[in-house]
Design a protein around this ligand. Structure first.
Ligand code: GTP
Ligand code: MG
Length: 385
């Protein structure tokens, strides 16, 4: 529903509209109503009373989406903090309202004293801020764990609804799943896939949007850690929209990538949903987007169109593998070391030499350096080709 008017202090929308809304809710058996505008507690309360369902605004919706997507402790804390900061100025009024009678979205608050509820939130904010400080110190651990795997990281990114998750599923399905034992520590939105024999970690991320409420920006950015630490960004665009829309969203993506500090990472653009476009319309868009969309590949995630071309495009961006040879003496730690290496690199058959074993492997340069370190600990020798 849409209405153009000066916001009503009690309902945000006009009385007539409130009635229409209540009818619509009952006709559609809606479970909640989402407002694009920010709502005052008084308005949310009155609307809940009039419609019988919970009323939330854009801010709360976005917060909910972030809550589902937050993979790291830091992101989770940032989101809790954003939520509490949203609640704090509303706390006293909400408790007062609830004392008049509980409504959907206001339940349970009536038991509080006004000041106690406010103070509780303040204390929680304080506690989370303290936790965040500790967590930030540990931030790099998460990243280290990924590097430790020895895989290249590809992050899906793009405006909301562009088709990132569809592409994620399509790519994950098209490729042989890699032994999952290793990945129990990864989030559900990361899959290991094979790309021309190389192991790659593909991560789905939360969608970008314009006009993000200021208080949510930090929480949003911390859910995008995967993007910052990736080797390639696979930027997904809904190419079926108008050229204006596509440009606006691409600019928003470019800004977001810059603000989170993911600059300098190779970008391949998947122009998605081409099944909805004619050949000539697609060509027009490809020409018009030349400067805004780096390395464009037209695809359809839904129909699995052009996925090989897409994989080829980002394969060329993966860091070159380096080759190295090593020798380690035969001792108890040697066997676990070799199986660790097998899981993470392309290892050629072993050769038993005297009282030790030698082998050649290919991997990412950063991983080869890690191997060099472990070989030294085992008292062996290491040589990069
Ligand atoms: N016609 C068509 N529809 C598609 C294609 N890819 C995705 N869609 C549809 O686009 C909608 C959004 O797809 P998602 O994969 O959920 O998009 P997303 O980018 O992950 O969205 P958020 O996670 O909300 O940011 C869904 O209804 C998909 O079915 C495509 O190639 N063609
Ligand atoms: Mg998605």
């Amino acid at each position: 529903m849409e209405q153009i008017r000066v916001p009503d202090p009690n309902y945000q929308i006009g009385r007539g509209k409130v009635e229409e809304l209540a009818e619509l809710v009952s006709e559609k058996q809606a479970q909640r109503v989402i407002f694009d505008n920010e709502l005052k507690p008084q308005q949310a309360y009155n609307l809940a009373k009039a419609t019988g369902v919970q009323i939330i605004d854009r801010f709360q919706l976005i917060l909910e989406i972030f809550t589902h997507r937050a993979a790291t402790t830091e992101a989770k804390l940032q989101i809790q903090l954003a939520n509490l900061r949203y609640e704090l100025p509303r706390a006293k009024e909400k408790v007062k309202l609830t004392k008049k009678g509980e409504q959907p979205g206001f339940r349970g608050l009536g038991a509080y004293e006004v000041d106690i509820y406010y103070e509780t939130i303040k204390r929680q904010i304080h506690r989370i801020q303290k936790k965040l400080k500790t967590v930030r110190k540990k931030r790099s651990l998460h990243r280290k764990r990924r590097l430790e795997l020895g895989f290249s990281l590809v992050a899906l990114a793009g405006y909301t609804n562009a088709g990132k998750s569809s592409l994620f599923n399509a790519l994950a399905k098209e490729t042989v799943p890699v032994d999952s034992g290793l990945f129990t520590t990864l989030s559900t939105t990361t899959r290991a896939i094979e790309l021309s024999g190389r192991k790659v970690l593909l991560t789905d991320t939360v969608g970008f949007i314009d006009n993000l409420p200021l208080t949510l920006i930090e929480a949003f950015h911390s859910t995008l850690e995967e993007t910052i630490f990736s080797d390639i960004i696979l930027l997904v665009v809904d190419a079926s929209e108008s050229l204006d829309e596509i440009e606006r969203k691409l600019l928003c993506c470019r800004d977001t990538i810059q603000t989170i500090g993911a600059t300098g990472i190779g970008i391949v653009t998947a122009l998605n949903k081409i099944d909805l476009l004619s050949e000539s319309a697609l060509q027009l868009k490809l020409d018009a987007l030349k400067d805004l969309a780096p390395h464009p590949v037209p695809i359809s995630a839904l129909h699995h169109t052009n996925l090989p071309q897409l994989k080829h495009a980002f394969f060329s961006y993966l860091k070159e593998y380096v080759q190295a040879s090593l020798w380690i003496p035969w001792k108890t730690e040697s066997m676990p070391f070799i199986s660790w290496l097998h899981d993470r690199a392309e290892v050629q058959p072993l050769k038993y030499e005297g009282d030790g074993v030698s082998l050649t492997f290919k991997s990412l340069p950063r991983f080869a350096e890690k191997v060099r370190h472990r070989v030294a600990q085992l008292g062996g020798t290491f040589q990069r080709a």
